[in-house]
Design a protein around this ligand. Structure first.
Ligand SMILES: [Zn+2]
Ligand SMILES: [Zn+2]
Length: 295
């Protein structure tokens, strides 16, 4: 009976999670479909075959990464309690809510920058991250089109430092709230910076990542490997990876390596040997392979 009740609780939890994710999807669609229709960088039919796959990835991104994240985050909490002096935790807990929130935001964003950059620079992590860069049309839902391992890796890089420094969960209820609000803001902004909208946001572009900033991250042509920040472009300026020309947009998006078509194929792709590109027709020069850090 106990086991049945526990099972029942789990099923209820999944259903609620599914409902929450579905409501978010409705909200995001209501916000971004009209914006992309009105202000497209390049107009594209909203309903394409690949949209269903992107929605599939949207749900996978909601369900799987939390499981992958559990172990590293539990380890971070352990390190926080074991190695970080209690006086540090007391100091941090005495800070006003907004100071703690702001510190968590900056530290996490610094971690996301490096996590994302490593996803490009380490060939093993690029295997997972390539999936995010494969689409030749970038629009809001591409934000969720990521391999769960890639997704979890980048989140770990941002969340572990805030947990170790006691800036986020799970030390206190307030800490949990900080981490939740932070993830909500970063998640929403993630959809925004992938939106196919041609807005330029003036001085705000100095402060925050914008669609123009991140669409350049997806460029299929040079300069590639720019604009890794999720929220604060200052990291790219500091570490020499910033690129945001005035009035220009990438000519094309995508990567120069074959990726399977189905969701299952795409999830398994990083674990399998690379697919051989189709042979080029005779008489035409073969395109130069761009290596593991392209995209
Ligand atoms: Zn990337
Ligand atoms: Zn992206």
């Amino acid at each position: 009976m106990q086991a049945f009740l526990e099972h029942h609780q789990h099923v209820r939890g999944y259903l609620l999670e599914g409902l929450r994710a579905s409501l978010w999807l409705v909200l995001l669609t209501a916000v971004f479909v009209p914006l992309e229709w009105l202000f497209a960088v390049r107009p594209k039919k909203i309903l394409r075959g690949s949209v269903l796959r992107d929605i599939g990835f949207y749900f996978i991104s909601n369900f799987l990464p939390p499981f992958v994240l559990m172990l590293p985050l539990a380890a971070a909490a352990y390190v926080a309690y074991t190695f970080v002096p209690a006086s540090w935790h007391e100091t941090v807990e005495s800070w006003p809510f907004w100071v703690r929130g702001l510190a968590a935001f900056v530290v996490a964003d610094f971690g996301f920058y490096w996590g994302h950059r490593w996803a490009h620079e380490l060939p093993f992590m690029w295997r997972f991250h390539a999936l995010h860069h494969a689409p030749e049309h970038v629009y809001f839902l591409i934000s969720a089109r990521a391999h769960p391992i890639d997704n979890a890796f980048i989140r770990v890089c941002g969340l572990v430092p805030i947990y170790i420094l006691g800036l986020g969960a799970p030390q206190s209820v307030q800490g949990t709230l900080v981490a939740t609000l932070l993830m909500l803001a970063v998640t929403f902004w993630g959809f925004f910076i992938h939106a196919n909208v041609r807005w330029r946001l003036g001085p705000l572009e100095w402060l925050l990542a914008t669609p123009a900033f991140h669409l350049w991250h997806h460029t299929a042509t040079e300069p590639q490997n720019r604009n890794f920040a999720s929220m604060l472009p200052v990291w790219d300026r500091l570490f020499g990876t910033h690129y945001l020309p005035r009035g220009q947009w990438p000519a094309a998006y995508g990567i120069n390596e074959p990726i399977p078509q189905t969701i299952v194929g795409q999830l398994l792709h990083p674990f399998l040997p690379p697919i051989k590109p189709r042979p080029e027709p005779q008489g035409e020069p073969a395109p130069q392979p761009s290596g593991p850090i392209a995209g």
